[in-house]
Design a protein around this ligand. Structure first.
Ligand SMILES: *Cc1c(COP(=O)(O)O)cnc(C)c1O
Length: 387
């Protein structure tokens, strides 16, 4: 092993660009924020944590005064979802999970693993969830206490109608849980208007932090009412909140460096103009991507009107000369990392627009894709050249 000793703070920019939904490309200032060793009980660290919790509430358009709390939880996004699902649904509760992709299924799997009674509604992976089906399910299953929905289903990029479904859930006076992992901070979402009681997200998606911390925005009254429902010690959401409230500290070792990076990432989100500013850049990344891909004859799996500007699923070109492994490797050799598909029904790959990526990065990716397809001998269609 070669143990280099260096004081250089800024590493050379040799990392590949990540067109993936997290981990993603982060700014060098976010990376630099991690180059400190703060104690978890240090007053400065406690203040950083408190500041992050306030900023997360503000991003959600809520506040403690309005009756909401932000609870940070160690681990990737799934740990936050599992903390939420396993902590707030009572033993005699029943969860309705609306599924149109891998992340909806994951919520169902988590609930079932914890012995929570679960019912599901499934629609095709390129189709948004249907409010009418939720209404029918709630009318027919009176035992349902909680409803869970994924905002942007990252497995396809389809965007679900959170506000409409929230209105249905509220109409039946049930508790509404939203997995906004891949949308929070990058797609405007009105938590109050949508009747969201619990929202889960993580640092390493639209907030452009690094992986290692997730969080839940919770309605205070609901959180307290969950009592001793938690089925896990480390993922006990109410206990985690009580710890943070009592002395500003985590119950168990926090990922201090990751939290410092999140703090910096949130400052940079503010500088970009908050959720609106970031959404604008992502939407423009997405538009540039679609235009270039369509020009090459590549087709999207999700109809345009149901797509998010977070991640886009493209169908494999029909040409038998197209080999995904080769395509992926060639792009990677050119310094661009894309994402394989995660769908059962179709052969596809995904391209994320989130992270510290700009118009020129999308252009670079498009150029690399064009060069790669040309090298592979895959016929590139120019028929959409006027789009
Ligand atoms: C990323 C993501 C998660 C969490 O995944 P991790 O790999 O645990 O971070 C959950 N739901 C959605 C919709 C996501 O995009």
């Amino acid at each position: 092993m070669n143990h280099q000793h260096t004081d250089r703070v800024t590493p050379p920019r040799t990392d590949k660009l990540l067109f993936t939904p997290g981990p993603l490309t982060t700014s060098s200032t976010v990376k630099q924020a991690m180059l400190r060793d703060l104690g978890s009980r240090d007053a400065e660290f406690v203040e950083v944590v408190q500041g992050i919790r306030q900023r997360l509430l503000a991003l959600a358009g809520v506040s403690q005064a309005a009756g909401y709390e932000a609870i940070l939880m160690q681990g990737s996004g799934t740990f936050g979802i599992e903390a939420l699902v396993s902590s707030v649904i009572p033993r005699d509760g029943k969860l309705l999970v609306i599924i149109n992709g891998a992340y909806g299924k994951r919520i169902r799997d988590i609930a079932q693993r914890h012995g929570i009674e679960t019912v599901t509604i499934e629609v095709a992976e390129n189709t948004p969830a249907i409010p009418q089906q939720v209404s029918e399910s709630l009318a027919g299953n009176n035992g349902i206490t909680h409803v869970a929905l994924v905002h942007c289903e990252t497995s396809s990029g389809v965007l679900n109608p959170v506000q409409e479904i929230g209105a249905v859930v509220k109409g039946f006076q049930r508790t509404f849980i939203v997995d906004a992992m891949s949308s929070f901070g990058g797609i405007p979402l009105d938590v109050i208007e949508s009747g969201i009681d619990y929202l889960a997200a993580s640092a390493n998606k639209c907030l452009e932090g690094v992986p290692g911390i997730s969080f839940v925005i919770a309605k205070h009254a609901q959180l307290l009412a969950s009592g001793d429902a938690a089925r896990s010690v480390s993922l006990d959401l109410l206990a985690q909140w009580q710890g943070l409230e009592n002395n500003g500290q985590f119950r168990f070792t926090p990922p201090t460096h990751v939290i410092l990076a999140l703090h910096q990432a949130l400052l940079e989100l503010d500088e970009e103009g908050g959720v609106a500013g970031r959404a604008k850049r992502y939407a423009s990344n997405h538009a540039t991507l679609l235009k270039g891909m369509r020009r090459m004859g590549l087709r999207e799996y999700v109809p345009a009107e149901s797509q998010s500007h977070i991640i886009t699923t493209f169908l494999f070109p029909q040409d038998p000369k197209f080999k995904f492994e080769e395509f992926y490797q060639s792009l990677s050799d050119r310094g661009m990392v894309i994402y394989p598909g995660k769908l059962n029904e179709v052969d596809c790959f995904r391209i994320g627009n989130i992270g510290h990526l700009f118009e020129n990065d999308i252009e670079s990716l498009l150029n690399a894709i064009e060069a790669t397809l040309t090298d592979m001998g895959v016929i590139i269609s120019k028929q959409f050249a006027n789009h």
